[in-house]
Design a protein around this ligand. Structure first.
Ligand code: ZN
Length: 308
């Protein structure tokens, strides 16, 4: 009888322990690394915004690694990529050391998860393997030697090898996002079209164009300084076993409080879903209640999704 009571007490104690833990403690968080430290953009704000978005979802455990500044000693920058389920690139600057570049390529080849965010696709114009990892890039001397332009004509992808610089954008504005693949874990359940908050719409990007699935495109209105084409904006990349999510959106504002492109609920949803997919191949997140509609944009001032 006494033995039985002891057993019962232990059982009750263990149950109480389980109940008292927050639910998230039971779910293994996704290990994410944000790389920043040099950029022609406001990286001091953008990498913090990305961390806020990931942290507040409770799905990720996030580390930040900043490179040395411009002209600094890149031998000091040696991330242990293999520790992470997903690596988010918020970096546009000096080449990394040969060993770090090799380690990054190895990480990708072994099936690593990568998120290419906004001007990270300006980086490393001369690094051939990096350009295969991003599929399309712009600026930094890119031209017809970098690969074709890729855009949509009547909804069909076109490779255009004509001469010209890679990378431009018109005036910042709100613009509609057009879904190009509804049956993908990242887009599943999201509306076909929605208004993205004020941002740059990258156009005339070029590269190897090894896009796996184009998820969203946007129209680069020539009257606003754009290419006049339907441009790829959010896609996955065909690169061996790697899971690569490339999002051209998210031009960083002057501060966390004045940062509409990154405060957009649509942008944040895509970052979270894209990072989860890159890490695991699945997306378990529900559609947030504040997702933008085809009529209007939706901002999260606090970078936090409403509780469903
Ligand atoms: Zn920008």
């Amino acid at each position: 009888m006494q033995k039985f009571s002891k057993f019962l007490l232990v059982a009750i104690f263990l149950c109480a322990q389980l109940i008292s833990f927050p639910a998230s403690a039971h779910n293994k968080r996704i290990k994410a690394l944000i790389i920043s430290g040099q950029n022609n953009h406001n990286w001091r704000v953008s990498h913090r915004a990305l961390k806020l978005i990931l942290d507040q979802s409770d799905l990720f455990e996030v580390d930040i690694l900043l490179t040395p500044g411009r002209g600094g000693d890149m031998q000091q920058f040696n991330p242990d990529f293999e520790q992470y389920d997903v690596v988010l690139l918020d970096y546009n600057g000096d080449r990394w050391s040969a060993s770090t570049e090799q380690a990054f390529v190895e990480y990708a080849r072994k099936g690593g998860g990568i998120v290419v965010y906004h001007a990270a696709n300006n980086a490393f114009a001369q690094w051939e393997e990096f350009n295969k990892i991003i599929a399309l890039g712009g600026w930094e001397g890119r031209n017809e030697k970098s690969g074709p332009y890729y855009y949509l004509v009547n909804g069909v992808g076109v490779l255009d090898t004509s001469e010209g610089t890679g990378g431009s954008h018109g005036a910042q504005r709100e613009f509609p996002m057009n879904c190009r693949k509804k049956k993908h874990p990242i887009t599943k359940g999201l509306p076909d079209g929605w208004i993205h908050a004020r941002d740059e719409l990258y156009d005339r990007m070029r590269g190897p164009a090894n896009i796996k699935h184009l998820l969203y495109s946007g129209y680069a209105d020539a009257s606003k300084g754009g290419s006049g084409r339907e441009e790829p904006l959010v896609f996955t990349v065909d690169y061996g076993k790697a899971r690569i999510f490339h999002i051209m959106l998210g031009h960083c504002g002057e501060s966390l409080d004045n940062n509409p492109a990154m405060q957009c609920a649509g942008f944040q949803t895509l970052i979270l879903r894209g990072a989860e997919w890159a890490a695991t191949g699945k997306v378990k997140q529900p559609v947030p209640t504040d997702f933008p509609t085809s009529e209007s944009a939706s901002l999260r001032r606090s970078y936090k999704a409403p509780q469903n």
